[in-house]
Design a protein around this ligand. Structure first.
Ligand code: URA
Length: 210
């Protein structure tokens, strides 16, 4: 069965994303908006976490109330642009452990090449949330998920800000079990592998490198 693709249509997410798309949006605003949206995406991607009932003593009475049944999710950022989604997600899930996967796109082939890899050992016991703001060709995401599954990740969700239809199709072909949460699905990729209309190079806009 194919996992879901969820586009978060919340008005605040859509409003903030439109400001981020604008090429005149300055670095501090871009960063702040990304942090705010990623908190809201974290809310969406954790919506189905399992709960268990525990006993709790309030100042007034003893009751049973829900808590997470399993250890908190872990976050895996695909370097470097994925780091832009981390702070907002950690605001919502402060005890999440964080893994880093360093992959870059070969500019000629657009294929993913690995240069760094360090992830939590107990991914298999947690929801593993992989973050990268732009799902473009999908090659990087597929390579990251291949590796994470080899290393024991069992329940994985992928979170991005903007997805291209091509990237969604590629990710679903290679990893049909992985749900995708995104703020937008755009029109297409251009011949340089950029999402159209997109928001440009997310890494450059987050880190001010252009
Ligand atoms: N990576 C980006 O940063 N932007 C795109 O449009 C595609 C890939």
């Amino acid at each position: 069965m194919q996992a879901e693709v969820t586009t978060v249509g919340h008005p605040l997410v859509q409003h903030k994303l439109t400001i981020m798309r604008d090429k005149r949006t300055a670095l501090p605003d871009f960063r702040r908006l990304l942090r705010e949206i990623s908190l809201l995406l974290a809310y969406e991607v954790t919506r189905h976490l399992e709960l268990k009932q525990v006993e709790v003593e309030t100042p007034v009475d003893t009751t049973t109330a829900p808590m997470l049944a399993r250890p908190e999710p872990c976050l895996i950022t695909i370097l470097r642009a994925g780091n832009g989604l981390l702070d907002g997600m950690l605001d919502l899930i402060p005890s999440a452990s964080v893994g880093h996967v360093g992959l870059y796109r070969d500019p000629q082939t657009l294929e993913a090449v690995e240069y760094y890899y360090k992830v939590p050992k107990d991914m298999g016991q947690r929801l593993t949330i992989v973050v990268d703001p732009m799902l473009a060709t999908g090659h990087t995401a597929v390579a990251a998920l291949d590796k994470l599954k080899q290393d024991g990740a069992r329940e994985i969700s992928f979170v991005c800000l903007v997805a291209a239809p091509e990237g969604i199709a590629e990710l679903r072909r290679a990893h049909p079990d992985v749900p995708i949460v995104t703020a937008a699905v755009d029109e297409r990729l251009n011949d340089k592998g950029y999402i159209v209309p997109g928001l440009g190079d997310a890494g450059d806009r987050i880190f001010g490198t252009k």
